[in-house]
Design a protein around this ligand. Structure first.
Ligand code: NAP
Length: 491
């Protein structure tokens, strides 16, 4: 069940939030503490009576992260009015449930009860104690919310919901914040009763809430079960990634019961220990590509030589790593020009430069490196046994193929370029940057008559390989590109 909080503050705002989300919401939570005081009485009651979805009445006090500051008596009265108007559930905080029950009893109100607790101090709280406290309230539904600082902390949600499922106790558990997003999306995988999703972007009631449209139509979170195979992107940051808009629709089209979520991870060790067993595999991005490679027992392709992975699958004996970036970059280039025997200069000395250099050498290219920080180029060049130079001296390498792996020109700095001018003799230029597709570097190269290949082609190629390695599904670069373009426009 997907619950959408209606946060107002005005009646017009609330109506707009309902219109924006009613297709994707199973229930609304009316956040009485966030609504304007001017909107109350008969008008509010009419809103509840006319709701197309059941309503939860919540009036969250400041101590639990809400905005209500008045006496408890007034707070209960607001909830009570909503219950009289037909609210299906009343939400009451665990520390106030005794008083609320007495208050309701004397007024002959018997609302179905969600008993909740919100821990605002960041970090993973003691889950067992929280579960016992909430369970003791003997409520229709129990709800536990805390604030995650790192994606490994969603393991607390899984533990909480596992206990609740064992006791057949309907329960909601959520790790708030961007780091906890997966806990909201995977609620059915963990056996949760419901999740919360925002009516529209920026109109959630807590940080880290995806919109109801994304929750239902991209993640299809409400259809998931304990049998759903869980994949995701591990990195920091991961918010900008388009992966969820590509993997999830492709899984759905193939009838594959898999879900792909975002894991903003700082502490990779803990993540692997606490969340790893939940995963079938994952994509890996900065800054964990090299660290994750060290956790792999086996590799496919040139990943072992590269020393960095962007794809890992969990096998019975441990993690198996692959690097689909390197092959995808070279495949994109070789669709226009074979690299064997050609002079390729790679700009940059980071992870992408290393991966592409290893693969280019493997395919017979004569590789040289050029980097802004010459010392980094020297280290990598010496390690791979290829010549190197400072960025300013790139012309001396007489490249036929020029590959940009630096971040210069990446959105939002779209007017940057790693070079002031493209050396004469460059016949093909490739840029690993995919946002934007046509970078300043490529525009400059094209105006000098070079063939250009964008990072979007590489992105599609690495995604095709990654999806095959993770799930066994065969998808095409065209499918990936269509979804990538749609995601770039819509998200
Ligand atoms: P990284 O390890 O952080 O390396 C960044 C490199 O960029 C370093 O060599 C750095 O030089 C250089 N650099 C940064 N800003 C610069 C500037 N203003 N001028 C000149 N050089 C600059 O990053 P990475 O993992 O290699 O990734 C690099 C790029 O590849 C990113 O744009 C990423 O989006 C892209 N990529 C694309 C795909 C795809 O599918 N298309 C896949 C992976 C990566 P210093 O050493 O001097 O700091």
């Amino acid at each position: 069940m997907i619950i959408v909080p209606i946060v107002g503050p005005s009646a017009a705002d609330a109506r707009r939030q309902v219109r924006a989300s009613v297709r994707d919401a199973d229930m609304f939570e009316l956040r009485l503490d966030l609504l304007s005081a001017r909107w109350s009485g008969p008008a509010l009651a009419a809103f509840i009576r006319g709701s197309k979805r059941p309503v939860i009445a919540t009036c969250r006090p400041v101590r639990e992260g809400g905005r209500f500051e008045g006496p408890e008596e007034d707070r209960f009265a607001r909830i009570g009015d909503a219950v009289r108007a037909g609210a299906a559930y009343a939400d009451c905080e665990q520390d106030a449930v005794g008083a609320f029950r007495v208050w309701c009893g004397t007024r002959h109100l018997r609302p179905r009860l969600i008993v909740s607790q919100h821990i605002l101090t960041p970090g993973l709280p003691a889950i067992g104690a929280a579960y016992r406290r909430l369970r003791a309230a003997r409520a229709d539904v129990i709800k536990f919310v805390y604030t995650a600082t790192d994606a490994w902390e969603i393991s607390g949600v899984q533990a909480f919901l596992r206990r609740a499922a064992r006791d057949r106790q309907p329960a909601i558990a959520i790790a708030m914040g961007e780091a906890g997003e997966a806990s909201r999306v995977l609620y059915r995988v963990f056996g949760g009763w419901a999740t919360f999703a925002a009516a529209s972007d920026g109109e959630g009631s807590a940080p880290g809430q995806p919109t109801a449209a994304v929750m239902r139509r991209v993640f299809r979170a409400h259809e998931r079960t304990a049998r759903t195979r869980v994949y995701g992107l591990v990195g920091q940051p991961v918010r900008q990634s388009k992966g969820i808009y590509i993997h999830n629709p492709l899984y759905a089209r193939a009838g594959f019961n898999g879900i792909y979520v975002r894991f903003p991870v700082t502490d990779l060790d803990r993540f692997i220990r606490r969340v790893g067993p939940l995963l079938r595999g994952c994509s890996v991005t900065l800054p964990h590509k090299a660290a994750m490679a060290k956790k792999c027992g086996t590799f496919t392709g040139s990943a072992a030589c590269i020393g960095a992975v962007n794809t890992v699958v969990r096998t019975r004996t441990g993690w198996r790593g692959a690097n689909t970036d390197a092959a995808a970059a070279l495949d994109a280039i070789e669709r226009k020009m074979a690299v064997s025997g050609r002079r390729i200069t790679i700009l940059g000395a980071g992870g992408a430069a290393r991966a592409i250099a290893v693969e280019a050498v493997r395919r017979g290219a004569r590789v040289t490196l050029a980097n802004r920080t010459a010392a980094r180029a020297a280290t990598l060049g010496n390690e791979l046994g290829v010549p190197w130079c400072p960025l300013a001296a790139v012309g001396k390498m007489e490249p036929e193929i020029l590959v940009n792996t630096t971040a210069a020109g990446m959105w939002p700095a779209v007017h940057d370029s790693p070079l002031r001018e493209i050396p004469a003799g460059v016949r093909l230029a490739f840029d690993a940057i995919y946002n934007p597709g046509m970078t300043r570097f490529l525009t400059m190269a094209e105006s000098r008559g070079a063939t250009v290949v964008t990072g979007v082609t590489m992105y599609a190629g690495q995604a095709v390989d990654q999806i095959r390695i993770l799930t066994g599904l065969r998808v095409t670069a065209g499918q990936v590109l269509r979804l990538f373009r749609a995601a770039s426009v819509n998200h």
